[in-house]
Design a protein around this ligand. Structure first.
Ligand code: MN
Length: 389
């Protein structure tokens, strides 16, 4: 059986100031074409369909068109909500569109009710496990701790129990949205840390033949049976070296991974991260290949040049981000607020603030726990309001 595994569409997301809706629509065209050409048996979408809980109308319209096109293909689709989606909003009408062959799984309580497909070798059970916010689903899964590992482990236990009750030899696939240990993050995933821990071991997925994961935006293979498809488009300059793809997975007669092929997704415009003095960036023939790219430039001139954006744009008209890192300067001084925050977690920033206002005294262990608890509460509260509003 052949699956097309994708995730993290983030419909409605912009890249700096560029609207990506056209690129996202082109990706959907490509997906539909691939399903037809490669005779795919099922499409798996592992969460973060939208970029925000309340997406802009054009993104909702694109999603609507996408649902119709998937339904017209006559190929089943299983889709879960991710941490960026509002599970409740995304799940509206799920019972109805189920009849059209699109199985939208946004309710954690239903995770052990699979979509069952069959081929010449027997049945395949596809379990859609939506993103689980530990504080919100702890009771549902009677988890002993508020952690990703506890709730995901409990949900997987339910799935394994359901699978064990099926005919011997039933093959299985699970869709999940999580950070698995060993995965490489980029700058465009939203932090899901709980109690200082965000990652779960890949062994949590033991017992199923394939885990189709979403959350991390780079395509990666955690092991033969546990993979991330990555996002179809780059959503930050940190993804400059990513090759954006979907996985075409072939599940064999005995549940073995008989094939795993990366299908390239359309690239709206390449990315480039350039660093150097302005005059060098403008003159260096090596940068000719980047003239048409979306550019992030870091200028290292000791003195900030006049009108740098306009001058850069003369050669690189698609420059989207400009930063300054003067040569020979101390790390901290001269860097902008945004530069100093780049790549740091909320927890690290808060701890730095404590040290700053104390004139250098770092937060102790108890204080760090208080800060972490506060961040956990805020995130859980955001999702809870989203759920019950
Ligand atoms: Mn995502």
């Amino acid at each position: 059986m052949k699956f097309l595994h994708t995730s993290d569409w983030h419909l409605g997301r912009a890249f700096h100031r560029v609207n990506l809706l056209g690129a996202q629509a082109a990706f959907v065209d490509h997906l539909v074409e691939t399903v037809r050409e490669r005779e795919v048996d099922a499409v798996l979408v592992a969460g973060d369909v939208y970029d925000r809980a309340v997406p802009p109308l054009p993104a909702v319209e694109l999603f609507d068109r996408t649902l119709h096109r998937l339904a017209d293909l006559g190929v089943p689709t299983v889709m879960i909500s991710g941490n960026h989606d509002s599970a409740r909003r995304l799940g509206v009408g799920a019972g109805l569109i189920d009849r059209a062959g699109i199985h939208l799984r946004t309710d954690p309580a239903g995770c052990a009710h699979p979509v069952v497909l069959a081929d010449a070798h027997g049945e395949v059970a596809l379990y859609g496990l939506p993103y689980l916010e530990p504080a919100l689903v702890k009771d549902e899964f009677s988890a002993d701790r508020v952690s990703h590992e506890a709730v995901l482990g409990a949900a997987m236990d339910r799935i394994r129990t359901d699978l064990a009750a099926r005919a011997p030899g039933t093959r299985s696939v699970v869709l999940a949205h999580a950070f698995v240990t060993g995965g490489q993050p980029s700058d465009s995933e939203r932090d899901i840390t709980v109690g200082g821990v965000e990652a779960v071991p890949a062994s949590v997925f033991d017992g199923v033949d394939y885990a189709a994961l979403g959350h991390l935006h780079g395509c990666q293979t955690i092991n033969e049976r546990v993979r991330y498809s990555g996002s179809p488009l780059a959503y930050s300059f940190s993804e400059v070296h990513h090759r954006k793809t979907m996985w075409l997975i072939e599940l064999g007669a005995d549940g073995e991974i008989a094939g795993a092929e990366r299908i390239d997704t359309p690239v709206p415009r390449p990315l480039a991260r350039l660093r150097g003095r302005l005059d060098d960036l403008l003159a260096d023939p090596a940068h000719a290949v980047h003239e048409d790219a979306w550019v992030e430039a870091t200028l290292t001139d000791p003195v900030r040049p006049d009108d740098p954006m306009a001058r850069l744009a003369a050669r690189f008209p698609h420059t989207l981000s400009l930063a300054f890192d003067p040569e020979g300067r101390e790390e901290e001084s001269g860097s902008s607020y945004a530069q100093r925050l780049r790549g740091r977690s909320d927890q690290e920033i808060a701890e730095d603030f404590v040290a700053h206002v104390r004139g250098g005294g770092r937060a102790d262990e108890a204080e760090r726990a208080v800060l972490q608890g506060a961040f956990d509460d805020v995130r859980a509260d955001d999702s809870r309001q989203e759920t019950h509003r």
